[in-house]
Ligand binder design. Structure first.
Ligand code: HEC
Length: 338
């Protein structure tokens, strides 16, 4: 969703420093929707077609082949490379329609003046944007002064190291203690992608890119659990609480309280420890208290598409099939110490 707006891979300035940003796929290796659309056809781990002619032979037999000819000309299947371009262009055109960018969340209605936040949601938005509180908006961009929803994509497309804890749910992690997903510095050309790849993807060998993962959009975040690149968290509340207490109460997140346990020590210096909410020190008060975390979570619930302003809620009939994952409201008296 919302991928039409992803810029090409490059870098942005953040707090006066260059930070890698942009591109599609987890490592930004495709610059356009067209380029992206071509790769999964040939990736051995995905659709595993040997080459463009093999793929195009399948497309030529598909139920939509006649429609495809009507759009691209009778001779289109005669040239596999041109047909592959047409396939990619068709998919990209579909991805540019409003199906993939409805901008129909409660947040969008509020920005257009057609709905109102609850007090809690409003507080959540403030905490989300204020630098000395959540500071979430530094990376998850939101522009509340603009009625243009494209100014609020809730990501700056940057790659950052947040030092998320190791997840034993990843089979490779559980099987091999030495295996580490290093993120952006493992960006390499994938074998077998030649038919679609316009240019060989540059390998990023810079150690400063190790441990960096993409800042995802937070639009529709309530229906896209689990969270973080390794799916560590099932609940949004835990995810936000991690931000608030990673540095003040590391024992809550890391085995034996050993911070950044999913990254070799050589790369710990890449982890962000300066940008709020990550500038706290052990045993200091967390950047956000329990109520503030709840407020931010309430705000994040306004980012799900399909809001019905008349019914004051999400219209389930327009939702993708995944059931919304509700963040459990903390039971009274069950508050944590953080
Ligand atoms: C310094 C930039 C930065 C700041 C500040 C920041 N985030 Fe993030 N956020 C990221 C990155 C990078 C990831 C992905 C990390 C990963 O997967 O290792 C992420 C992931 C997330 C996710 C999980 C998304 C998913 O699809 O899995 C949520 C939810 C989230 N952030 C919410 C917040 C909230 C709430 C705040 C403020 C309290 C915040 N972020 C502040 C950069 C940032």
């Amino acid at each position: 969703m919302y991928l039409e707006h992803v810029p090409k891979f490059g870098s942005i300035q953040s707090d006066g420093k260059p930070v890698p940003a942009g591109g599609l796929f987890w490592d930004g290796r495709a610059d356009t929707l067209e380029e992206q659309a071509k790769q999964p056809f040939f990736n051995p781990l995905e659709m595993n077609n040997p080459n463009a002619p093999a793929l195009i032979a399948k497309v030529a037999k598909a139920p939509y082949a006649a429609e495809f000819r009507k759009e691209w000309g009778d001779k289109i299947f005669g040239n596999a490379d041109a047909a592959l371009d047409a396939v990619a262009a068709s998919i990209a055109a579909f991805e540019r329609t409003s199906v993939f960018q409805p901008f129909t969340s409660k947040f969008d209605y509020v920005m257009r003046g057609e709905a109102k936040f609850t007090e809690q949601e409003q507080r959540g938005l403030s905490l989300f944007t204020i630098r000395q509180k959540g500071n979430c908006a530094q990376c998850h961009i939101v522009d509340t002064d603009s009625r243009d929803p494209k100014k609020s994509l809730f990501t700056d497309f940057s790659y950052r190291a947040l030092g998320v804890a190791r997840s034993m749910r990843i089979p490779k992690n559980a099987a091999d203690g030495a295996f580490v997903d290093l993120g952006l510095c493992e960006r390499v050309p994938v074998e077998g992608l030649k038919p679609g790849a316009e240019a060989p993807t540059p390998k990023i060998t810079d150690p400063a890119a190790c441990g960096l993962f993409k800042t995802p959009t937070l639009r529709n975040i309530t229906i896209t659990a689990p969270y973080m690149h390794n799916g560590l968290f099932d609940s949004l509340r835990d995810t936000v609480a991690f931000y608030a207490t990673r540095d003040t109460h590391p024992e809550r997140w890391y085995a034996q309280g050993k911070k950044f346990n999913d990254l070799p020590a050589a790369y710990h210096a890449n982890v962000d420890v300066d940008t709020p909410p990550y500038q706290r020190r052990p045993k200091q008060r967390p950047q956000l208290n329990d109520e503030e975390i709840d407020d931010i979570v309430a705000f994040l619930f306004t980012l799900t598409d399909g809001y019905n302003p008349r019914r004051g809620g999400i219209d389930i009939s327009t939702q993708p099939s995944a059931a919304p994952v509700a963040s459990k409201p903390a039971a009274p008296g069950a508050r944590s110490d953080y």
